[in-house]
Structure formats: structure tokens, C-alpha cells
Design a protein around this ligand. Structure first.
Ligand code: SAJ
Length: 418
């Protein structure tokens, strides 16, 4: 590698373009500006670019303005899966095509989007070589993003990162770059493929562990054991156990998606990830299981689902965020509508998608309330509040309410595994 790029990085003279200004790219661009790098953001969505500029970071819709002078391009675009769970790389490929138009000798391209092992070398590199430059003329690295939306403790600035390059020089260039940008450890792996695998493994680990407790919840419901108590008990062991919690479903753009990247990649190489597929199947079954609980609870109260008034509390896929991607709320709502229930939807983070403006309005004249998202406001709903609203059935999709005192007031309570 020419020292020119390393010198530019060390002197913060390197010109950086962040391609994609969503929940990953925008915080990264803000950090680069904060750390006094020459950085600009590029996105194809005018609203996103205007928002970035409004928040004081340079951004543009114009790829020439963004990339013509760039020494380093960082791809932070979505990598969703299709209905059939097939990974969709169109945004990565489109970003690579754009970067390729302006690619210079001795420049560095970093892919932060989550992809299947092999994607950087097999998909990204060939597109970049359409520039006429060949591997060795420029550097290509995968450094998976680890942004946890809503997490105030771990941020893009202090989160440790791993990275791997198509060759050692690429990895070294990116290593020096991230050491200069982040206040965190940076682990250099032997290849881009290893770095891609790390991210997938991190999130698949979470998915299978959630599936474990979701299956336990179904089993304990039959046996009559409170899974929250059991997990609480298991946590008393200071080693060898890592708590996860059952619920009405696994949403989000990471845990519910990433396993499919590995499943598909392995299938192409002739391996069938039966266990990972089963975990996805179990987690995807939880919305239906929750509707079954709703039917059971209303039936115990001698209330027909058809025509019943049900409050859906939460649309977001996890507490404290306004993101609804892959949220279990939607299949639950769809199923209840098929059964003829009258639904009142309320999520304090999503007023535009809510039917009412306050929790009090959501609780009024309800036969049943269903906790879908463990927002703080919902966790504070007291048994007395439920009683005074005349609510007959509580379905606690995140096991966050005071089940014993709710039952003590003669209200039917059904959790997930409790
Ligand atoms: N969930 C459960 N039970 C659990 C944990 C989560 O049902 O024990 C559900 C949540 O309700 C949600 C879904 O799974 O619907 C995903 O929850 P999450 O806490 O994993 O949140 P994500 O999807 O934002 O995951 C991110 C991930 N970060 C990145 O991919 C960079 C993940 O690696 C982190 O572990 C996670 O945040 C985190 O720890 O908060």
C-alpha cells in the first residue's frame, strides 16, 4: 500500500463519503464531522439529505459532488430480505455501481451493511473493478455495523468493531482509519468473509436463544410454570447462562433478518442449517401463538372475539424506538381483524399510526388489552388502572405486567409462558 493513503488518514486529510444516511450511516457521518474528518454524506432520498443538512452535516443527492474527490467510501445501505426470505442486495449493488464511476487508485471502499459471508469478495469487488482498476489498485474491506437503535450506552463512537479485507493491505488501511475515527477497540480479522460471518453469527446467536425461550414458554404454558420466574432463577448462576426472554414475536431489521443470509449462503454451498431454520420457524410462530392466547383469554371471559374491543399496545419492534420493521404487531392485528375484533391501536412513539393520542384513551371501554411492545409507559400500567377501566382480559406479550395482582383483582391474565 502506498503510504499516501495512510498519511492522509493519519492527518485526517482523507476525503470520506458515507453512502446511505439511515440509522447506520447518519451517526457515522456525524462522528466523522465531530472528529474533524473531511466527510460528506450521499443518499438517493431527498428527505434524508435535507434532514442531514438540517442537522448540520454536509450531504448531497449528487453522486459526483459526493464521490469525485473521495479517498474513502463507506457503504451503509439497507440489506433487507424478500418475502421468501431471500437476501436483497440491490441497494449494495447500486451503491457499488455509483462508487465505481468515481473510484480512484489507492482509495478505500468499506462495506458496513450486513451481508452473507463472501459478498464483499464475490459481489462488491467485481462491481468496483468495472472502474477499470483491479484488486490491488484499491482497497476493499467489510466492517459490519453494530448500531443498536435506542442504545445510549453503546454508540457508533465507543462500540468495538471487527473488520476484514480482500487482502492484508486493505485491512490495514481500514484498521488505521477506524482507529482514528472510533474511541473503541478494532479487531482485524484475516478476511472480509470472516468479518461478514462475525456479524451474522452475533445476531443468529441471539435469534436461536430467543427461539429457545419461546419454545420453553409454549411448553411451560402447558405444564403451568412461570417462565419469567425460571429465567430469573437461572440468572442467579454467575456463569454459563445468558438470559433471553420470550415474547409475542421477534422483529427488527437485524435479528429477524440476518440468519436468512447465512441459511441461503450455506444452502448454495450444499449445507442445510436445520437448527437455524427451526429457530426462525419458532420465532415466526409467536404472533399466531399470541392470538391463540387472546382467543383463550376472551373465551374464559365468555366474550366472543368477533365484536370484542381490543387495545393493541405497541407497534414498534422493540421498546423505546419508532421502528416497526418486522414487528409482530402486524400479523397479530391482521389475524384479529379476520376474527372480527374492534381494534384500538396505540403506540406513543408512533402517533400517526395510532388510533388514539393517550394510553388512557386506549384503555377506555376495552374488553381486552394486548401488550405488544414493552414501552416504559405500558410497563407502568397498574392492576388498579386495569380494574377501574373494567378491562376483563390482559394479554401480556412481553411478560412485563404484575400478573399476580392482576389475577388477584379477578382479571384474566395470559402472558407468554406465564
Ligand atoms: N427479543 C425477544 N427476546 C429477547 C430479546 C429480543 O423477543 O430476549 C425481540 C425484541 O422484542 C425484538 C427483536 O427480538 O422484537 C430484536 O430485539 P433486539 O433487542 O435484538 O434488537 P435489534 O434488532 O435492534 O438488535 C440489535 C442488534 N444490533 C445489531 O445488529 C448491530 C443486536 O446485535 C443487538 O444484540 C441488539 O440490538 C441488542 O443487544 O440490543
Amino acid at each position: 500500500m502506498s503510504n499516501a493513503l495512510l498519511e492522509k488518514i493519519k492527518k485526517k486529510e482523507v476525503k470520506v463519503c458515507v453512502v446511505g444516511l439511515g440509522y447506520v450511516g447518519f451517526p457515522l457521518l456525524e462522528l466523522l464531522i465531530k472528529k474533524k474528518f473531511h466527510a460528506i454524506g450521499f443518499d438517493i432520498d431527498k428527505k434524508v439529505v435535507d434532514n442531514a443538512i438540517k442537522n448540520g452535516v454536509p450531504a448531497t443527492l449528487n453522486d459526483k459532488e459526493a464521490l469525485a474527490d473521495a479517498d474513502c467510501a463507506i457503504i451503509c445501505v439497507p440489506t433487507p430480505v424478500e418475502e421468501n426470505h431471500r437476501p436483497n442486495l440491490e441497494f449494495v449493488e447500486s451503491a457499488a455501481e455509483t462508487i465505481s464511476k468515481y473510484l480512484k487508485r489507492d482509495s478505500l471502499v468499506i462495506l458496513e451493511s450486513t451481508v452473507a459471508p463472501g459478498t464483499t469478495e464475490e459481489i462488491l469487488l467485481p462491481i468496483l473493478e468495472k472502474s477499470g482498476l483491479k484488486q490491488g489498485d484499491f482497497y476493499v474491506v467489510h466492517c459490519p455495523e453494530r448500531i443498536d437503535p435506542g442504545n445510549k450506552e453503546w454508540t457508533v463512537q465507543n462500540l468495538p468493531r471487527v473488520l476484514g479485507g480482500i487482502d492484508e493491505e486493505s485491512a490495514e488501511a481500514a484498521f488505521v482509519f477506524y482507529k482514528n475515527v472510533l474511541d473503541a477497540d478494532v479487531v482485524k480479522l484475516s478476511s472480509a468473509k470472516a468479518a461478514e460471518a462475525v456479524k451474522i453469527v452475533e445476531n443468529t446467536f441471539r435469534d436461536i436463544n430467543i427461539a429457545f425461550v419461546n419454545e420453553l414458554a409454549k411448553s411451560f404454558d402447558e405444564i403451568g410454570i412461570d417462565i419469567s420466574e425460571v429465567i430469573g432463577g437461572a440468572r442467579s448462576k454467575p456463569f454459563g447462562f445468558m438470559p433471553h426472554y420470550p415474547g409475542c414475536g421477534v422483529g427488527g431489521h437485524c435479528i429477524a433478518i440476518d440468519p436468512y443470509y447465512l441459511i441461503e449462503k450455506a444452502e448454495k454451498s450444499g449445507f442445510n442449517h436445520r437448527f437455524l431454520k427451526l429457530a426462525r420457524e419458532i420465532n415466526n410462530s409467536m404472533p399466531k401463538y399470541t392470538v391463540k392466547k387472546i382467543n383463550k383469554g376472551l373465551n374464559m371471559a365468555k366474550i366472543a372475539v368477533n365484536g370484542s374491543n381490543i387495545a393493541i399496545l405497541g407497534l414498534a419492534y422493540k421498546p423505546g424506538v419508532e421502528d416497526t420493521r418486522e414487528s409482530p404487531a402486524f400479523p397479530i392485528i391482521q389475524e384479529l381483524k379476520k376474527w372480527g375484533a374492534n381494534l384500538t391501536i396505540y403506540d406513543p412513539y408512533l402517533p400517526d399510526l395510532s388510533d388514539v393520542k393517550t394510553l388512557d384513551d386506549a384503555l377506555r371501554n376495552m374488553d381486552c388489552i394486548v401488550i405488544i411492545t414493552a414501552h416504559e409507559e405500558f410497563k407502568r400500567i397498574t392492576p388498579e388502572k386495569i380494574k377501574e377501566n373494567g378491562i376483563k382480559v390482559v394479554i401480556d406479550g412481553r411478560n412485563v405486567l404484575d400478573s399476580n395482582n392482576i389475577k388477584r383483582l379477578g382479571i384474566i391474565y395470559e402472558g407468554i409462558g406465564r
